[in-house]
Design a binder for this molecule. Structure first.
Ligand code: PBG
Length: 322
């Protein structure tokens, strides 16, 4: 009788690499970048050790470093100098994100520039859209705002527009607006299954985008729901999304897997700020081996079926593996 010994394939590094089923390639990683309009808002983010808010010129330098390391995609978030109820600074063609897109594309034409599209960093109330007279986020009025912002991002040279607001019908509205504008080659990466999550806490500190009243549960998804995520993804694909996203990552790996099994478009996962903060906190206390914990975390996304991993660890990963 033969004895089956799976351990034979684990005996040494070369053997393990030979039989490895998944690999995290730097070409699949996206580094988020926070860019500030006012230089005095630049600097380290307390709850995200190792991550900073950059001035425009520092963001371009950072993009250069990333590109040299093999991280050739960035996802931009803007921190404007002024906010108001209707997010006026979001669609200013000289706004911070618009200027950063143009500056990165001119310095590094091959860098893939993705722009997060949402109102929450630009509204004084901190919600992801326009409020109606009852203080509710007005879905259809917000669609017009999103399209208006999207066209300015396209004009600035964005390769990918990533709506993260969770309004119904926004992918179709943005696709139609882009096409009518002649921006047919700008891709849409939709935050399709975006959950109302505690894990965005550090991001909201970084971007100053926490809602002043209420929360986002009226438009972002509810944690217990998995089938609904697949419905959201199916709708976004039908509306013309080129890439769909699941967010956050670690607590929603089942959704990534289910989406991978069901759909044939590229799937992105967002390893969000709270997941980053949680690991960095344990690493800085010496409670986890950082390199191994980061590699294992990024591997989990790829194993779950993600093609694209948006992560604040992209740069450190590339420094070790690029
Ligand atoms: C904007 C947006 C958020 C994130 C990405 N785009 C914040 C939110 O929805 O509150 C979170 C990213 C992160 O936590 O790293 N709507």
């Amino acid at each position: 009788m033969i004895v089956l010994r799976p351990r034979r394939l684990r005996r040494n590094q070369v053997m393990r690499e030979l039989v490895a089923e998944h690999r995290v390639g730097v070409e699949h990683l996206v580094q988020p970048l926070f860019v500030v309009e006012r230089d005095e808002d630049a600097g380290p983010i307390e709850s995200m050790p190792g991550i900073s808010r950059y001035s425009l010129s520092a963001a371009v330098n950072e993009a250069r470093e990333l590109f040299a390391l093999g991280i050739k995609s960035v996802l931009l978030f803007g921190i404007p100098a002024s906010k108001d109820a209707v997010a006026s600074s979001s669609y200013d063609k000289n706004g911070i994100v618009q200027r950063t897109i143009a500056a990165i594309k001119s310095a590094l034409p091959e860098m893939l520039v993705m722009a997060d599209l949402c109102a929450c960093e630009y509204t004084d109330h901190g919600h992801c859209g326009l409020l109606d007279s009852e203080g509710e986020v007005d879905n259809d009025a917000t669609l017009e705002l999103l399209c208006r912002i999207a066209l300015t991002y396209a004009d600035a040279g964005a390769d990918v527009i990533a709506p993260s607001d969770m309004m119904d019908g926004r992918v179709k509205a943005i696709r139609c607006a882009l096409d009518a504008h002649g921006s047919t080659s700008v891709a849409i990466m939709a935050y399709s299954a975006k959950y109302a999550s505690a894990f965005y806490g550090p991001f909201r500190d970084a971007a100053g985008s926490a809602p002043q009243q209420g929360d986002r549960r009226g438009y972002q998804m509810d944690a217990p729901n998995a089938r609904e995520a697949l419905r959201e993804i199916a709708l976004d694909i039908a509306e013309g999304a080129d890439i769909v996203m699941v967010k956050p990552g670690l607590p929603y790996l089942d959704i990534v897997r289910a989406a991978r099994d069901r759909f044939d478009v590229p799937i992105a996962v967002y390893n969000v700020s709270g997941e980053y903060a949680m690991l960095q906190a344990a690493i800085s206390n010496g409670w986890l081996d950082g390199d191994r914990a980061i590699d294992e975390t990024l591997t989990s996304f790829v194993r779950a079926g993600a093609d694209i991993v948006i992560t604040y660890f992209a740069k450190t990963y590339a420094q070790r593996h690029g």
